[in-house]
Design a protein around this ligand. Structure first.
Ligand code: HEC
Ligand code: HEC
Length: 240
């Protein structure tokens, strides 16, 4: 079962609490700056670092995404282009390409199966990680996902739920009993209550202050994105 790998990774992590937590704190401090950066991020690429980030996304999309997406999460990797996911599972480690799994598997020749990443693409990925995945504003760069979030279920599912939530809320891993796999499960159990965003756990879980917000251990979803989720629910939480 593919997802097993994720759980194994998580268990390994929990076991190595001390080190892992320290690394986590470092990564997530960087990550939490990401939310605000990404919301204001324009499509315009102005600097070397932004160009590197965009290039990295292009390479990963072209060479890896077919087998590492929410519908086909080979090896438990459900979105190879989601930087928070990559950081969380330590597939990329800022500043340390040599111990980043993404680089390792390409160098070993095991990914993509049969090879196919050029020397220059590998060098670009390597530099992106070496530079600390930093963008212009000094934040960890989220490769720019071009589509804008819309107050529709399909958009929220693709942009937020699939990439930020499903790892812990699908399949055998229904954390807190919350299943976000389908529209039906998402509008059940007060997760999304039509017309009542403030009473919807989808919203309250992401807005919660302190460290207990969702996605657990991840970067905060930008307030502007949560506002769009609120709007979708206010408008009737339709399957649109
Ligand atoms: C044709 C499908 C396919 C493509 C394309 C592909 N992968 Fe994979 N990947 C897999 C499968 C299948 C597994 C699970 C195999 C396993 O766990 O040993 C996997 C597992 C992995 C793993 C975890 C295994 C490990 O050794 O840590 C990493 C990391 C990974 N892929 C990275 C990548 C990267 C990076 C790319 C693009 C450069 C990529 N993959 C492209 C099919 C693919
Ligand atoms: C890394 C794992 C992880 C991720 C990613 C994650 N969750 Fe959770 N979630 C949990 C765990 C564990 C619980 C149950 C324990 C708890 O509530 O503290 C939970 C509980 C919940 C609950 C019920 C309790 C509450 O907080 O209201 C909701 C709703 C929820 N998650 C929504 C989300 C949403 C929305 C996302 C994506 C934006 C998400 N989760 C991402 C681990 C995760």
């Amino acid at each position: 079962m593919d997802l097993n790998r994720i759980f194994t990774r998580r268990r390994k992590w929990l076991a190595g609490i001390a080190t892992a937590c320290m690394l986590l704190v470092v990564s997530f401090q960087n990550c939490s700056a990401v939310g605000s950066a990404s919301s204001s991020k324009s499509a315009k690429l102005s600097s070397e670092n932004d160009i590197l980030g965009a290039q990295a996304l292009e390479i990963l999309s072209a060479k890896c995404l077919t087998c590492h997406n929410p519908d086909k999460p080979e090896g438990g990797i459900s979105d190879i282009t989601d930087l928070n996911f990559l950081l969380y599972y330590r597939l990329v480690i800022p500043g340390q390409p040599e111990i980043s799994d993404v680089i390792r598997v390409i160098k070993e020749g095991s990914m993509p199966p049969g090879g196919g990443v050029s020397v220059s693409d590998l060098a670009a990925l390597n530099r992106w990680i070496l530079e600390g995945l930093i963008d212009d504003s000094g934040n960890v760069a989220i490769p720019d996902g071009s589509a804008t979030l819309e107050p529709r279920y399909s958009s929220i599912k693709t942009r937020i739920i699939n990439t930020k939530c499903l790892g812990c809320h699908s399949g055998a891993n229904l954390s807190g009993g919350v299943d976000l796999t389908t529209y039906a499960t998402t509008v059940a159990n007060n997760i999304a209550r039509a017309g009542n965003p403030g009473g919807s756990r989808l919203v309250t879980s992401m807005e919660r202050t302190g460290n207990d917000f969702m996605p657990r251990n991840g970067a905060r979803i930008p307030a502007s994105d949560i506002a769009i989720v609120r709007q979708w629910i206010q408008d009737g939480a339709q399957n649109n």
